[in-house]
Design a protein around this ligand. Structure first.
Ligand code: COA
Length: 321
């Protein structure tokens, strides 16, 4: 373990005792704040280990008691690193939160020339906003997590006339899908800017399964009209119940208003249920009213609210002649 700052020590692997301390700290904060500070994903990885490495930052009191913790996931090549952090309710307003964020910024500066970093605040805690904005982050996204039981009835999908659904064909569909995604998410730059590289990075992930990446095609000319990319969390290398996700759902604006989005959602949910999953979740931007309404109509209910703060990144400077 190397010390980054006097208060924040860094390690890539927590001991069993450290995991216990972190979970007790998170529990104390959750009880006080009314929102648990770590995502389910992070907690499961703490408890059971995971398939991806992580950086842990531990801030201790002089007597050794754990006062603050940050979890840094550095594996997302597309979006950059993401951190979650928590300070014990009795140790707040002493600069620990700021020290943990600064330590996380130092780590990302080491591994990413642009120093990209997102902070996730679960429950939209006002202290989190004050801390993040004070360190030069901007409020980037408000994400709703919605969930639905897969035991609840799922009607037959009603696809528009002349449209069929088939699985994604790696290699053959890559380019057409990137173009469709750009059209479908023209108003959502994060998603709409995905390149072939962004797609292929995900296709190389162990969770990628083309059978769950469903494309709606025009029967007449084979044109892609929409897609529902599902994802199964926790199927491999985890010791917890897997859960299905509506990972990305998109419809070509030319096919809007035909019921395709709703039909594709149902097709994907039925696929997940067919895989033996009993629950589905999804993340949706709160500002995407059309999508929130669609999911609500299909039985999804709000589960939690997460806010991400994005660091204003440095531009990569190139040597001038
Ligand atoms: C957010 C959190 C990590 C802050 O931890 P902390 O150790 O109290 O933060 P610091 O003492 O380093 O505060 C740094 C600055 O943030 C701001 N801030 C933090 N808490 C604040 C509050 N309750 N009200 C107003 N400003 C606050 C202040 O500007 C503060 O600087 P100052 O004390 O010099 O005025 C802590 O409240 C927490 O664990 N919350 C629940 C988990 C969470 O929301 N995590 C996401 C963080 S992005």
């Amino acid at each position: 373990m190397t010390s980054l700052q006097p208060v924040a020590a860094r390690t890539d692997q927590l001991t069993v005792d450290e995991v216990r301390e972190v979970l007790a700290l998170a529990q104390a904060a959750g009880d006080t704040d009314g929102a648990y500070p770590l995502s389910e994903h992070v907690v499961l990885h703490l408890r059971h280990g995971g398939d991806a490495p992580a950086v842990h930052l531990l801030a201790r009191d002089p007597d050794g008691a754990l006062a603050g913790y940050a979890h840094l996931d550095t594996t997302d090549q597309v979006e950059g690193a993401a951190a979650e952090l928590v300070v014990h309710p009795l140790r707040r307003r002493r600069g620990l939160g700021r020290a943990l964020v600064r330590a996380a910024m130092d780590v990302t500066d080491e591994i990413d020339p642009r120093g990209r970093l997102r902070l996730w605040a679960h429950g939209d805690h006002p202290s989190a906003g004050a801390l993040a904005l004070g360190l030069g982050f901007v409020r980037a996204r408000v994400l709703l997590q919605m969930r639905r039981s897969l035991f609840a009835p799922l009607h037959e999908p009603r696809l528009p006339e002349g449209v069929t659904v088939r699985p994604f064909r790696p290699g053959a569909d890559d380019e057409a899908w990137v173009a469709l995604n750009a059209r479908a998410f023209a108003d959502h730059p994060d998603q709409g800017r995905w390149t072939l590289h962004d797609l292929r990075v995900r296709m190389a992930e162990p969770w990628f399964d083309p059978e769950g990446f469903l494309l709606a095609v025009d029967e007449a000319d084979g044109r892609l009209l929409g897609f529902h990319w599902t994802k199964v969390h926790g199927a491999r290398g985890h010791q917890h119940e897997p859960i299905g996700e509506v990972y990305v759902l998109g419809v070509d604006p030319a096919a809007h208003g035909t019921g395709l989005g709703s039909a594709l959602t149902v097709v994907g949910l039925r696929h997940l249920r067919g895989r033996g999953l009993d629950q589905a979740m999804l993340y949706v931007d709160e500002s995407n009213a059309r999508a929130v309404a669609l999911y609500s109509r299909l039985g999804f209910a709000r589960w939690s609210t997460d806010v991400s703060y994005r660091r204003i990144v440095h531009s990569v400077t190139t040597a001038s002649t």
